[in-house]
Design a protein around this ligand. Sequence first.
Ligand code: ATP
Ligand code: MG
Length: 586
Amino acid sequence: RGICGSHGQPPPLPVPQKIVATWEAISLGRQPVPEYFNFAHDVLDVWSQLEKAGHRPPIPAFWWVDGTGAEVKWSFEELGEQSRKAANVLEGACGLQPGDRMMLVLPRLPEWWLVSVACMRTGVFPVSQSTSPLCVVSGAIMIPGISQLTEKDLKFRLQASRAKAIITSDSLAPRVDAISADCPSLQTKLLVSDSYRPGWMNFRELLWEAATEHNCARTRGQDPVAIYFTSGTTGTPKMVEHTQASYGLGFVASGRRWVALTESDIFWNTTDTGWVKAAWTLFSAWPNGSCIFVHELSRFDAKFILNTLSRFPITTLCCVPTMFRLLVQEDLTRYQFQSLRHCVTGGEALTPDVREKWKSQTGLELHEGYGQSETVVICANPKGMKIKSGSMGKASPPYDVQVVDEEGNILPPGEEGNVAIRVRPTRPFCFFTCYLDNPEKTAASERGDFYITGDRAYMDKDGYFWFMGRNDDVINSSSYRIGPVEVESALAEHPAVLESAVVSSPDPIRGEVVKAFIVLSPAYSSHDPEKLTQELQEHVKRVTAPYKYPRKMAFVSELPKTVSGKIQRSKLRSQEWKNEKQPQKG
Ligand code: ATP
Ligand code: MG
């Protein structure tokens, strides 16, 4: 069953090509989404057979290291065995039933990947019903969360999602205990630890004792696989639901084209496990037969990342632009990367100075991608495509991406508007199903034939998209529309600027003006602020259209960020407009 041939017999085409062919057939409307699809069974278990038959280079499927020299390496076969044991733990000791939701709040530990796969496998009906593998059952649904979540964040997420179980580590467990009385749906608490805690089951111990035989849930392609809380950059995080097909099939092609993954690659994405990019990695690397490399990263500094790239044969790297900004401040010529050949970034705007510095010092291109929790990759700079510095690339198939006005009409090239994805007449299969429990928000995200991302950009005549900012972040000064990213990119070219956030600020004549909040590089921290303000204003006028220059400037020690590290311009803007009525954005 499944899309990759029957068990025991390697399919005629290697897995990635077969999945890409399925992906293309669905995208072109030649084939519906497979009625039955389970990522663990139809992708991972097939790789396990191919690996056994010698159709994959002898690299691990999963490779975890920490700072002390400890490491975990799993082949696809070992990943299969361990995740089957983990599925037995979820069904047995934890009593998870098909469709139950489980929160995963773990640091970068191997158990995160294990439990993610185990959730997909889980789904045996109670004994009174059928336990046959042919019986259709949905898996358990994973809800990843970031390790920095506070008690308040955890309570909000557990209550909103009505999660039945949570798996976490020693450092988070006390926070869960402090709020679990307020979360009546939460029945099972699993601890990943070498010690015990009252009220918690010890996952490692249960895993050790669990049986290795397990019948994988026979999920439908449309069954939910994961719920993600958005980053909350613009307000309360929303619950976004993805299916086996939207994630399990949705990333294979961008994994091949944008991340350029093959079965010989070792892919390191430094992201936190709670962020949607960790799922993007899982669902793009494994179908392509690549190895997922993970560093526990208890220390998260530039030198540490650069040393890791020098010590391990990592071929492919993904970091957020903020991290690349830190990396390029180091003397990169002092490092000899073992095998690095392809680098990708995304999650926020990449300013051209960072890409240029990275390229000039390492000889490696930085391939930017753009997407959301609601989607897979919306725009990207795939390997081999000409890169225009500052653009987030072209529409990533199968999406039909357009820039539209407020009514959903397509705007001509060069005109700024809403970045939108066509959802009518056909909703792309690799797309969220809805904002859970929020039909109003789901309905409000569509206009005409399009889903509105909430981001603003323009498309040039060659089909490249140029990010302006989130809808609310675009500044309207004396009728000039100014995207914060353009000004931040200009500021970033000055050595005094470590990072900046640009927002609108009230002005009696112009309505609103550009204000830049700047974190200075250490070498400039004692410079005269007035002189520096003038110098930076002149600099912006020189490198971009002069009307964009920040008329107001403030030097700050840090910028407000979400737990996933994104700048919250909305917080700075509210502060600016505290005593004024902010104009409505179109
Ligand atoms: P919320 O929806 O709760 O406000 P969020 O939008 O930050 O939070 P995510 O889904 O994690 O939550 O982030 C997606 C957003 O990140 C995009 O809509 C866009 O604003 C931004 N983004 C992602 N990639 C890029 C990129 N390459 N360039 C610019 N912005 C990007
Ligand atoms: Mg969003």
